[in-house]
Design a protein around this ligand. Structure first.
Ligand code: UT7
Length: 335
């Protein structure tokens, strides 16, 4: 009996989820007044109708803390129980300290370590994978995994190619050790050969801030939209199929898919390629948030749970794609 106990698997399970969106809403009509675009173009090409925009004095850490508070309350976990904080973000408050440190201080968490995971839109699935592995290894019992972004701070508001896409917000989950599943599988990948189709050129060691970088708007997201679109579909299909296979399941066994909310046409193309009827189990809230990068999956998961669309025992597939290039998928059982 003792040997059985010692060899029993430790799963990481999601026991709480929460999200936060800034108060200000920027509609497509508002964007029409800023750049040469139209509500019709944006809705047809992306599915986005509005997005939330953080206040000037509201930063990524504030949104992360707000989402984390809700996730902790949902899980019934006190801040002092948290042993690790993972913040997926490509828009940290500062280059360092990590946003995770600011979250630790903001929530009054004691005795935890934390760091940021920088993998653009795929950051949340990457962070979930690491946190889950640390829990399954028996190193910690409770972790906070947060996706938080203030993309409005790195958006070129004069470029219609990008400014219509992005929004701000945060989502968080509490992960806890359990003898019941849990994370069933994970599949992650990167390809730096394609780093220049979606990137933020300046502000790092390559192009530190200068008058020129500011003048050339190099502190904002640069993207080759069409190329990104095509690769997003292929990699998300691959990530979804591989994650499902690694879980020992078929796509028909998945109850709900929570994809990165990039563009409704990307998600529709992925769903079509995954099989008949798959579109019906995809959760979307892109219309009201735009693309919030690493925050998009946890915000969507939180809304899916709050709306009652996730039931105990459901198999959830999360799948993402982003700059890097980077991608990932994971299958989870809802406890
Ligand atoms: O998290 C991952 C991050 N990135 C993505 O997911 C983005 C992936 N890519 C996309 O979602 C799409 O490529 C976009 C939504 C960005 C663009 O849609 P598209 O169907 O690929 O349009 P396009 O770039 O091929 O542009 C078509 C036309 C162009 O005009 P011409 O050359 O045909 O005359 C653009 O100049 O639409 C024009 N255009 C716009 N028109 C009105 C581009 N942006 C806009 C705009 N409003 N905002």
């Amino acid at each position: 009996m003792r040997r059985e106990h010692m060899s029993s698997k430790i799963y990481a399970t999601i026991t709480g989820v929460g999200h936060y969106a800034p108060e200000k809403v920027l509609t497509n009509d508002d964007l029409e007044k800023m750049v040469d675009t139209s509500d019709e173009w944006i809705v047809t090409r992306t599915g986005i109708r509005e997005r939330h925009i953080a206040a000037p004095d509201e930063f990524t850490s504030h949104m992360a803390i707000a989402a984390a508070r809700k996730a902790l309350a949902h899980a019934g976990v006190a801040p002092e129980e948290v042993e690790a904080i993972y913040v997926a973000t490509c828009t940290p408050d500062m280059v360092f300290p990590s946003t995770a440190c600011l979250v630790q201080a903001g929530l009054g968490i004691k005795n935890a370590y934390g760091y940021d995971v920088s993998s653009a839109c795929a950051g949340f699935v990457m962070a979930l994978d690491t946190a889950s592995a640390v829990i399954s290894a028996g190193r910690i019992k409770t972790a906070l995994v947060i996706g938080a972004e203030k993309l409005s701070a790195v958006t070129d508001w004069t470029s219609r190619n990008t400014c219509i896409l992005f929004g701000d917000g945060a989502g968080a989950v509490v992960l806890q050790a359990s003898d019941k599943p849990g994370m069933l599988s994970s599949y992650l990948g990167v390809d730096g050969n394609l780093s220049d189709i979606l990137y933020l050129p300046a502000g790092g060691s390559k192009l530190p801030a200068s008058e020129e970088t500011v003048r050339e708007r190099l502190h904002t997201v640069h993207m080759a939209g069409r190329e990104t679109f095509k690769i997003a579909v292929n990699t998300m299909v691959d990530a979804a199929q591989t994650a499902v296979a690694r879980a020992g399941l078929q796509i028909q066994d998945i109850d709900i898919i929570v994809p990165h909310q990039a563009n409704h046409r990307i998600v529709d193309a992925v769903a079509t390629r995954l099989g008949e009827g798959v579109r019906d189990i995809v959760f979307m809230n892109l219309e009201r948030y735009g693309n919030t990068s690493a925050a998009s999956i946890p915000i969507a998961l939180s809304e899916a749970v709050a709306s009652g669309q996730v039931k105990s025992g459901d198999n959830i597939l999360m799948v993402s794609f982003g700059g890097g290039l980077s991608w990932g998928g994971g299958v989870w059982v809802w406890p």
